[in-house]
Design a protein around this ligand. Structure first.
Ligand SMILES: [Zn+2]
Length: 258
């Protein structure tokens, strides 16, 4: 699943093409949106801003409309020079914006909607979100208050995925943050001190902007996807197991994560 850094990376690339411009062409090839008349409703309006909050991406148009996207497990954004081969099949494109010889493409939804600017400020799915982990400013007290409102028997690894506590962390980053700080992702929230919780966030806030800027390859890979291989810190073999109500796989070192 794409995490906050990937969405910020996409927003920056899309913004570089579209921000301040009226897209030359907007297409909604997917049958689900064929009757929605987005090209007509957006016609003549410049893209005011492209930004992200956690895993949500917003293309804000002049005229009071915003395209909102969430990729969940399946979706993807691509930015291609015209004529360049797309990384997914054409029939999987839900939205294409063409401008200045570049194609911005959203593939496979699954959340792609045109909403009023007012709704972006009132939609409960959006207003419930915690602070963006990659946000410039970060209010530690507000983060801790939200963390402590969560079920304190929940393992910290699972709690880090709660987007209403903190927006943007997914499976890879939860595993890497816990490893970096030496915390066992199975430890109950009640047994994680405020200082430890803030250390987890600081690691994410230090490292996620790097992959948001440079892309996926700049992410740390100390434990994620490394089950059965020796820990780089202590040599113990890394374990993997499903965690939480959605059984999201977590990786950790039983030797040095406590
Ligand atoms: Zn270790």
């Amino acid at each position: 699943m794409p995490e906050g850094d990937t969405i910020h990376y996409a927003a920056a690339r899309i913004g570089a093409v579209l921000q301040g411009h009226v897209p030359e062409e907007i297409l909604t090839p997917h049958p689900r949106h064929q009757l929605d008349r987005w090209p007509q409703r957006l016609a003549g309006n410049a893209v005011r801003a492209v930004d992200a909050h956690g895993k949500h991406l917003f293309l804000r148009f002049e005229g009071g409309l915003t395209l909102h996207s969430h990729l969940r497990m399946t979706g993807s954004w691509g930015v291609y020079r015209e004529g360049e081969r797309w990384r997914r099949a054409r029939r999987r494109a839900w939205l294409v914006l063409r401008h200045a010889g570049v194609e911005v493409v959203e593939f496979d939804g699954p959340v792609l909607e045109l909403m009023s600017d007012a709704r972006t400020r009132s939609d409960p799915r959006l207003t419930a979100l915690g602070q963006d982990v990659i946000g410039e400013r970060f209010d530690e007290a507000s983060f801790l208050a939200r963390l402590r409102r969560d079920d304190q028997t929940r393992p910290i690894g699972d709690a880090l995925l709660n987007q209403s506590t903190l927006a943007g962390i997914g499976n890879v980053w939860k595993a890497e943050c816990c490893f970096a700080v030496g915390i066992d992702p199975w430890r109950a929230l009640a047994a994680v001190s405020d200082q430890e919780a803030l250390a987890l966030v600081s690691f994410a806030r230090e490292r996620m902007p790097i992959s948001a800027r440079e892309g996926f390859a700049a992410r740390p890979r100390a434990v994620y996807g490394r089950a059965g291989r020796p820990c780089e810190r202590c040599g113990t073999l890394i374990l993997r197991r499903g965690q939480g109500e959605n059984n999201r796989v977590t990786y950790w070192c039983p030797g040095c994560q406590r």
